[in-house]
Ligand binder design. Structure first.
Ligand SMILES: [Zn+2]
Length: 501
């Protein structure tokens, strides 16, 4: 009663305005509808019109989301205060996940060399090489516990033991090593210096990848897993290293590219549409002089392999590295280098992987020839730049699970990408370094985006098609990829509707 009186005091007696009730209500309803439409028209997926079959599937997926919510409640799991790692079993047993797994994903535009192939596989594949060793001593300046490497028998440094022997003599070591190679945010409330731990994961396998026989196996496995998850195209932020083996020694840099082309041929035997582009990546912690050298190398490689190298990026923790702006001299040389080598070098910079407004890397991306933005988490705090990015039609590569594991977002409902999407900034869904985070493929990221951002089929479709439309595929390749994707998508819609009847 008291509450009712408060309303009356605030709003007046309802019947006082009774005469205008009809007219007032209808304009209010019209205005409300108009307001809703105006907001929807701004969204990133406003141009998508769904078919009847897609609308039917949308209703079914809506029900599957409800099922997940009910199941979480039954199991007394808090969806919003649990980490990805805690939720993984719930995700995997959900019907929603089974359907999302069958969804064609288009391209994975944001991934890293060293973050692709499942770590269980890495351990089992590496132990087959008698020349594979693991460091089983306390961390020192040069090596860390659990670090893997290949050595010729006469050159094994102190502290390294045969991986196979170690795994055989100590059965518990396999699980321990798996944990050393993956980064999990076990509880959202525990403290870890995520970037320090993250970089250790890479250090532990970095010496494995340049060994040529392993290199080929690694990428074959990585690509096959992606293809299995219905990813048809992948772009890797690729750190170039000279491959080697013990018979030949070191090979020139371009061997990575020609070997990957061979691997690609192998994958295409079973997945003829599968394609790959490499983004030459260097590090934000280097100085401008060193980055200049890296840029020259990138241009040289692109001149020789224009169809494999798509552009350039600088990676590593933005909070610890140099700002993009500090490399301005390098960026100013891009035109000159383009003329010299006869190829262009668009940038694909990681920028705004941060919650801080003091990190202004995002300002650079709208000023440079930067086609896509890696993460762009703090873009929403720079509204003028956000508007620019939208106008320039640059895509933000979003990696929801990575963002949670590295501590940028806890409750995924509050992911900044939701603001970008509703403001019409184009995005795609990515898995960044799935092997380091303990999973494969792209389905988990789509699952969390669908659940936490309350997406519908329209949004899913736009995100999937964005990943090909904003890829580095050339015009003809893109056309072909879209034809294939369309076919896969329609097939998915039909089969999804059939299976969910
Ligand atoms: Zn990344």
């Amino acid at each position: 009663m008291k509450r009712y009186l408060t309303y009356i005091l605030l709003l007046g007696f309802p019947f006082f305005g009774g005469q205008n009730k009809m007219a007032g209500q209808s304009t209010y309803a019209q205005d409300w509808k108009l307001s809703e439409q105006k907001n929807e028209a701004l969204a990133f997926d406003a141009d998508i019109k769904l078919s009847d079959a897609e609308i039917a599937l949308d209703k079914k997926l809506f029900q599957l989301r409800k099922q997940v919510l009910t199941e979480a409640e039954t199991q007394k799991i808090s969806l919003f205060n649990s980490s990805f790692n805690e939720l993984k079993p719930l995700i995997e047993t959900s019907r929603l996940f089974k359907i999302i797994r069958t969804m064609p994903k288009g391209g994975l535009l944001h991934s890293h060399s060293g973050g692709l192939a499942d770590v269980k596989w890495v351990i089992s594949a590496a132990r087959k090489y008698k020349e594979c060793y693991v460091y089983d001593q306390k961390d020192n300046e040069q090596y860390i516990f659990g670090q893997l490497a290949f050595f010729a028998r006469e050159n094994v440094p102190a502290g390294f033991v045969s991986l196979d022997k170690k795994l055989t003599s100590n059965p518990g070591f396999e699980k321990e090593l798996q944990d050393l190679l993956t980064l999990k945010r076990d509880k959202l409330c525990t403290y870890t210096d995520y970037w320090v731990e993250f970089e250790k994961r890479f250090k532990r396998i970095n010496l494995l990848l340049p060994y040529r026989p392993f290199f080929k196996e690694y990428y074959l496995k990585g690509f096959q897993d992606l293809a299995k998850d219905h990813v048809q195209h992948v772009e890797i932020r690729f750190i170039f290293d000279e491959l080697y083996d013990f018979q030949h020694g070191k090979y020139p840099l371009k061997m990575s590219i020609t070997d990957l082309q061979d691997v690609l041929k192998q994958v295409r035997r079973t997945n003829p549409e599968f394609s790959l582009k490499l983004i030459y990546s260097s590090f934000k912690f280097l100085d401008p002089k060193s980055v200049e050298k890296q840029l020259e190398t990138a241009f040289e490689l692109k001149k020789e392999f224009p169809d494999m190298i798509s552009g350039f990026d600088l990676v590593a923790d933005e909070a610890a590295g140099n700002s993009i702006y500090s490399f301005q001299k390098d960026w100013m040389k891009l035109n000159e280098l383009s003329k010299k080598y006869g190829v262009d070098m668009p940038l694909f910079l990681h920028a705004g992987e941060s919650n801080s407004v003091f990190n202004k890397n995002i300002l650079d991306v709208s000023l440079l020839n930067n086609r896509r933005i890696g993460h762009g988490l703090n873009l929403i705090y720079f509204p003028a730049t956000m508007e620019e990015v939208k106008k320039q039609n640059k895509l933000v590569e979003v990696s929801p699970i990575s963002n949670q594991i590295l501590g940028y977002v806890s409750d995924l409902r509050n992911h900044p990408a939701r603001v970008l999407l509703s403001n019409g900034v184009q995005c795609s869904i990515n898995s960044d370094d799935p092997s380091v985070y303990g999973y494969e493929g792209l389905s988990y990221d789509f699952w969390v985006a669908f659940m936490y951002w309350e997406l519908d089929v329209k949004a899913l479709k736009k995100l999937v098609f964005n990943s090909v439309n904003y890829s580095s595929l050339n015009k003809d390749q893109k056309k072909e990829a879209i034809v294939y994707l369309n076919r896969q998508w329609n097939d998915f819609v039909q089969k999804g509707n059939d299976s969910l009847n």
